[in-house]
Design a binder for this molecule. Structure first.
Ligand SMILES: Cc1cc2nc3c(=O)[nH]c(=O)nc-3n(C[C@H](O)[C@H](O)[C@H](O)COP(=O)(O)O)c2cc1C
Length: 321
């Protein structure tokens, strides 16, 4: 018995699961290890990284010899169009373009033989992705770590599944094989998983950040624009970022204008980011932090999701009486 959806053939994987293209945590080592474990490895192209550093990460995953994907943000591409060239040059099987309209980029990617995915956060973004001709939609709920919308994974997934027969993946809050099985049972073609891979040995997560993730429970995230505003990042307003709570975000959440007028607040953040002081600097992470407790290899994480989802789905047969 094995998990099987449309994704297995589409992405040539054994397990219909992808690691999310988290920047900067999902680098070449993580994507490569996830792919080697039989799932689909994604690399996040970080808008803050220089081009040669990004190319280096892509080379690491390419060396693995498996298909892989690259994640991009539409608003970043509008400012750094060269990242699309870099992505195409890396010859991925899939590119995701989220947080904005993917339409301007789909034809070029398709012409290069690359599948296109887009994370969608509500009906309007799902419509835009379908109109743009993307191949895979990712219903990204507000439980997700990092930037996301404001609708929960389950209401969003149900709605998007009703809109299309194209493969739809679920993202946001999928912490264990139970959650993986739940979205597959709902009709998703796979799971797009971020936060649990922050603790993967191969991810580019700082040790101090790992310790805070392990110590956090499911109530300790906040959906906020504090960290975009303090860093001057022009994220579209509708996409807040879900991060772990700390003293800095508690102080300035919903007081962002005041924060920007405070040279002391700006200096405090800059210093904290520089020294990796996560009592002030940000760690983007989703509500599934409450369910992740240990550092494991990517292979162990993939195997656990696979094994536990299979067991859950087998147990579900009993529900039919
Ligand atoms: C630390 C972190 C960084 C992220 N960076 C990106 C990114 O650069 N591009 C992107 O498309 N999604 C990014 N995401 C969102 C993920 O793609 C995904 O939607 C999310 O992690 C899924 O929810 P989960 O964290 O509950 O598993 C990020 C998520 C996290 C936790």
């Amino acid at each position: 018995m094995a998990l099987h959806t449309a994704l297995n053939e589409l992405l040539d994987v054994r397990v219909p699961l992808l690691n999310a293209p988290m920047t900067p945590q999902a680098g070449g080592e993580l994507a490569r290890a996830v792919a080697a474990a039989g799932a689909f490895g994604m690399l996040g192209f970080d808008e803050d990284e220089p081009q040669d550093a990004i190319a280096q990460q892509a080379e690491i995953v390419r060396q693995g010899g498996t298909p892989f994907g690259i994640g991009l943000a539409a608003w970043v591409l509008a400012r750094r169009p060269e990242l699309l060239d870099l992505a195409i040059a890396a010859r991925p099987a899939l590119v995701s373009i989220s947080f904005g309209d993917p339409a301007p980029y789909v034809a070029r990617l398709h012409a290069a033989g690359i599948l296109v995915a887009s994370q969608v956060q509500n009906r309007a973004w799902a419509r835009a992705a379908l109109d743009a001709g993307v191949d895979v939609l990712v219903a990204q709920g507000t439980e997700a770590g990092g930037h996301t919308g404001s609708v929960g994974t389950l209401p969003l997934l149900q709605l998007v599944l009703e809109m299309t027969r194209k493969p739809v993946l679920a993202a946001g809050g999928i912490a264990t094989g139970r959650g993986f099985a739940a979205v597959l049972a709902a009709g998703a073609a796979g799971a797009w998983i971020g936060t649990p891979f922050l603790l993967a040995r191969e991810s580019r997560t700082a040790d101090a950040a790992r310790a805070r993730i392990i110590a956090s429970d499911e109530t300790q995230t906040i959906y906020t624009s504090v960290y975009d505003r303090v860093q001057g990042k022009p994220w579209p307003k509708e996409f807040g970022g879900r991060a772990l709570r700390n003293a800095f975000v508690e102080r300035w959440h919903e007081h962002e204008d005041e924060m920007l007028a405070s040279p002391q607040a700006l200096a405090e953040f800059r210093e904290a980011k520089g020294t990796g002081d996560y009592t002030r600097a940000h760690i983007y992470a989703g509500q599934s932090v409450g369910a992740i407790h240990a550092i494991e290899s990517a292979a162990e994480i993939v195997a656990r999701f696979e094994r536990d989802a299979e067991a859950r789905l087998i147990a579900c047969r009993a529900l039919l009486g």
